[in-house]
Design a protein around this ligand. Structure first.
Ligand code: SF4
Ligand code: FES
Length: 246
């Protein structure tokens, strides 16, 4: 006998509703289905107007993050069977303004990301004569932080981001660290100038939920703590060597 489960999905259609509402769907499913498969079933068979993001279906693009039963998860990596008997409640990621149904507005995050210059910064502006080579050991230094897929689960899990939307947030700090630790980069001081402000690393109270929910083991909480140590050293240096800490 085919099994089915109830999905309770948060809907918001701004042209018709002033507040979000819940809508229930009965979805027949197969053993290997993820929550994203169940949403696709609804869109294909029951209500084509249901709106959500996804692309790769394999935990790489980072676009299918949603709150499922109150937890931020990648819906393409969460088995329906692990949530039985249901109902399964699906909502947009917490902490982001909702554009429509399950789609959050990431404009604020993208602006924050740009502030930490998540690219290789060189102080010498000239085009190099050859590529900047790197050893496997130098790659290993930052590889963990480079695994971030910008899925925003860590923001949805962060109680500080919920209370202080100005907080630059876990993934932006982890990505800053990814470039700081890259042997080819020379932009660490630029990033420190941004992240040592009130809405940077010091807003974090080390709840650590960001690292718990991260599907790629990036450990943004660890990145923030490393940054705090570096910022403290920077501050002491500025006291001892006020004429030229840089
Ligand atoms: S740090 Fe982890 S949870 Fe946060 S955006 Fe990157 S991959 Fe997603
Ligand atoms: S669809 Fe790409 S990470 Fe889930």
């Amino acid at each position: 006998m085919e099994k089915s489960v109830i999905l309770q999905v948060r809907r918001y259609r701004p042209e018709a509703e002033t507040e979000p509402t819940w809508q229930s769907f009965e979805v027949p499913f197969q053993r290997d289905w993820m929550v994203l498969d169940a949403l696709n079933y609804i869109k294909d068979r029951l209500d084509g107007s249901l709106t959500y993001r996804w692309a790769c279906r394999m935990g790489v693009c980072g676009s299918c993050g949603m709150m499922v039963n109150g937890n931020p998860v990648l819906t393409c990596a969460t088995y329906v069977e692990s949530l039985l008997p249901g109902p399964i409640r699906v909502e947009p990621l917490k902490g982001f303004p909702v554009i429509r149904d399950l789609v959050g507005d990431l404009t604020d995050f993208l602006a924050k990301l740009e502030r930490v210059q998540p690219w290789i910064v060189r102080q010498d502006q000239q085009v190099p004569a050859a590529e900047h080579l790197q050893t496997p050991e130098q790659l290993a230094e930052y590889k963990q932080y480079s695994m971030c897929i910008n899925c925003m689960l860590c923001y949805a899990a962060c109680p500080i981001y919920e209370l202080e939307p100005a907080f630059i947030g876990p993934a932006a700090i982890a990505l800053a660290q990814r470039y700081n630790m890259d042997s080819r980069d020379q932009g660490a001081q630029n990033r420190m100038d941004v992240l040592s402000q009130h809405d940077g690393i010091w807003s974090c109270t080390f709840v650590g939920e960001c690292s718990v929910v991260c599907p790629k083991n990036v450990d943004p909480a660890g990145a923030i703590q490393r940054y705090k140590v570096a910022a403290t050293v920077d501050w002491f240096k500025s006291l001892l060597l006020p004429w030229g800490k840089r």
